[in-house]
Design a protein around this ligand. Structure first.
Ligand SMILES: CC(C)(COP(=O)(O)OP(=O)(O)OC[C@H]1O[C@@H](n2cnc3c(N)ncnc32)[C@H](O)[C@@H]1OP(=O)(O)O)[C@@H](O)C(=O)NCCC(=O)NCCS
Length: 166
């Protein structure tokens, strides 16, 4: 019988985390492979870290990961965990690794005083949608929007200096 174990990722696993995070981006059609080991070391293990990395071992080998950050949900006026990424290597899927990762993130959410666990999912990612439904998740029609690069700089350039965050 296979054994799944979820644990905090180790700094020396930055390269494998970067590879899996890039594979997840590719899976959802975001190409460019922006993650590097250095980026994971800085953003996942730096002080302060931008996200927490968990790893799942299956029969002693790394089989998947999750990245998450505690934030806030103003709909319920409470701390909420934001799941950035969850990924299981293709060969390890369907053996409970994803569920074990989600259970660990849920437990960490409650431990830190969070009242909800949230994430975004591409509407075309049918497998992930079914996976989340099996865990009991419900989703609305909210869309995640964003600004980056030149468009972000263009908007920021209109900020008045007396209204900028200090
Ligand atoms: C989605 C993903 C994390 C699921 O991981 P997994 O280890 O295969 O999932 P589990 O084996 O723990 O499955 C948990 C439950 O979800 C169901 N499930 C998982 N993947 C499924 C799929 N593609 N279609 C239908 N059901 C699925 C399982 O049957 C199981 O149901 P049960 O508990 O009722 O028996 C994995 O398929 C993956 O990494 N996908 C690519 C990356 C991705 O899309 N990530 C999500 C980005 S939003």
């Amino acid at each position: 019988m296979s054994a799944v174990r979820v644990r905090p990722a180790r700094l020396e696993e930055a390269a494998i985390l970067a590879e899996m995070a890039n594979d997840l981006n590719d899976h959802v059609g975001i190409h460019g492979r922006p993650f590097t080991a250095e980026r994971v070391r800085t953003d996942g293990f730096g002080a302060p870290a931008a996200f927490t990395p968990l790893v799942a071992d299956l029969d002693g080998a790394v089989a998947g990961y999750a990245f998450f950050t505690l934030g806030y949900n103003t709909d319920i006026a409470a701390r909420a965990m934001w799941l950035h990424d969850i990924f299981v290597k293709p060969a390890a899927r369907g053996r409970g690794v994803g569920r074990a990762l989600m259970a660990a993130v849920a437990a960490e959410t409650l431990r830190l005083g969070g009242r909800s666990l949230e994430w975004g999912v591409h509407s075309a990612n049918a497998g992930a949608l079914e996976f989340y439904r099996r865990l009991g998740a419900a989703g609305g029609e909210a869309r995640i929007m964003g600004l980056a690069g030149e468009r972000l700089r263009a908007l920021a350039s209109g900020a008045r200096s007396d209204s900028a965050a200090s």
